[in-house]
Design a protein around this ligand. Structure first.
Ligand code: A3P
Length: 437
């Protein structure tokens, strides 16, 4: 029999059970061999990918190849969790077998438990009081659920001469740099701060990483870090965008303590589009909720983030809050940008409309880093208006739960195809109580 030259995904999908694992095992051996410059036969299936001598650049290349060949996003932590070729082949076969429709037993309960754990990790552990004179002024928080187009909006804003809008800082929930370091751990979320320092000081990745390490060592407080960033940004306003913030009401309310009259831009997007994107991008793997039902997890994340954002809007001076729809942003970017400029009291600038032009901190900190934020952002070349309408064609396999339906209602989003699924009021109430975290 001749060599099967079809792409690995075709070969893997037409094989079943152990045969599929075998296809993936051989594919991984060839890939790792190629990367190390040795014959695939020299790579044993029990070998640990890490111990074979793949450095971090080669690891990131391997992840990019896996993502392209298997057509789903693979995250570094998955390789760390499955260190041998054999374990990785079994794991990838399993991932191919349970595509987007995975129906995990006990779906809602396991997704809720996973989300509660993630929320706890970004919820402040102790209260912090900052004296009014030490509160940072002139700051803007850009809040959204994941996959709501926040990277696009951040990069658009980064083109304005009066705004400093770095990738995700992941700073607000923490009281100090040591706490941030310990709690972010292996989550690969820390690089946005390095990127901000690089841009502000014009230094190298190593110098920025050393400065961050020194801040951790000295346990610099979060307000001090914000104050440093704002000081270096000069007359530019700091825009802090990190989608993790909206998961926790406690984190959001910290902004009122750390900043003097902060302004909030709330970016919302239709739940069908967000849930579909979260599933397609396997966000439960990125966020460490491996065993959660992806559909239920996506829905709960969407509902919780948007619910918190709406609660925040009720708690603070409405003059300081601007609610934007992603659907409007991509359909009418100029109108939306003019609204933002008038909200922030800055003049409109054309560069806001050309997110793919000029240096806007969209690359990773190092050549082998993942870009911070939406990993697919650079796959687009311009603002794509049709993405604002994809939800109209999308149908989730299961109806949204009562919690997400209530939040969608508050945002005036219609949920086509879900009316028939409306529960009796008693069942809906019960689900609502179970769904509220
Ligand atoms: P998908 O790539 O799954 O479609 P976030 O940055 O908050 O994670 O949001 C990511 C989503 O922003 C993307 O999800 C995509 O829908 C949207 N997006 C990214 N770049 C875009 C562009 N150039 N034009 C329109 N929408 C874009």
């Amino acid at each position: 029999m001749g060599v099967d030259a079809r792409p690995v995904l075709d070969r893997a999908m037409s094989a079943v059970g152990d045969e599929r694992v075998q296809v993936l095992r051989e594919y991984l051996r060839a890939l790792v061999g190629e990367s190390l410059g040795v014959d695939a036969k020299a790579v044993a299936t029990g070998d640990s990918v890490m111990q074979l001598g793949l450095d971090s650049i080669k690891m990131m290349d391997l992840i990019a190849r896996l993502t392209a060949d298997l057509r789903f996003t693979v995250y570094p932590r998955e390789l760390f969790d499955q260190p041998t070729i054999d374990a990785l082949a079994h794991y990838l076969a399993q991932q191919l077998e349970q595509p987007l429709s995975a129906d995990v037993p006990g779906g809602r309960a396991s997704a809720e438990a996973a989300l509660a754990k993630i929320t706890a990790a970004v919820t402040p552990q102790r209260s912090v009081t900052v004296a009014p004179q030490h509160r940072v002024s002139n700051a803007v928080l850009l809040l959204s659920s994941p996959r709501a187009g926040s990277t696009l909006l951040r990069v658009m804003l980064a083109g304005h001469s009066r705004l400093f809008c770095p990738p995700e800082l992941h700073l607000l929930p923490f009281s100090s740099m040591r706490e941030r370091h310990e709690r972010l751990g292996q989550a690969f979320l820390g690089e946005g701060l390095d990127r901000a320092i690089m841009a502000l000081r014009g230094t190298s990745p190593d110098d920025a990483a050393q400065e961050v390490a020194r801040m951790v060592e000295r346990d610099v407080t979060a307000p001090e870090v914000y104050s440093l960033l704002c000081g270096l940004a000069g007359d530019r306003m700091l825009v802090d965008k990190s989608p993790s913030y909206a998961l926790s009401m406690g984190a959001l309310m910290r902004a009122e303590e750390y900043f003097d009259g902060p302004r909030y831009i709330l970016l919302v997007r239709h739940p069908f589009a967000v849930v579909e994107s979260m599933m397609r991008n396997r966000m439960e793997k990125l966020m460490g909720a491996d065993s959660a039902d992806p559909a239920v997890f996506g829905e709960l994340v969407w509902a919780q983030c948007n619910d918190n954002m709406l609660k925040l809007r009720k708690r603070v001076d409405p003059e300081r809050v601007l609610l934007l729809l992603y659907e409007d942003l991509v359909a009418e970017p100029k109108t939306v940008m003019e609204r933002i400029c008038s909200f922030l009291n800055i003049p409109f600038e054309e560069a806001l409309l050309t997110p793919y032009r000029g240096a806007r901190m969209t690359d990773g900190v190092r050549s082998h880093s993942l870009s911070v934020g939406d990993p697919n952002f650079l796959n687009h070349k311009a603002i794509e208006p049709e993405l604002g309408a994809v939800w109209q064609e999308q149908r989730l396999q299961r109806p949204l739960g009562a919690y997400a339906r209530r939040v969608a209602g508050e945002l005036d989003y219609s949920l086509p195809g879900q009316d028939r699924a409306a529960r009796t009021s008693a069942a809906a109430l019960q689900e609502f109580e179970e769904g509220v975290l």
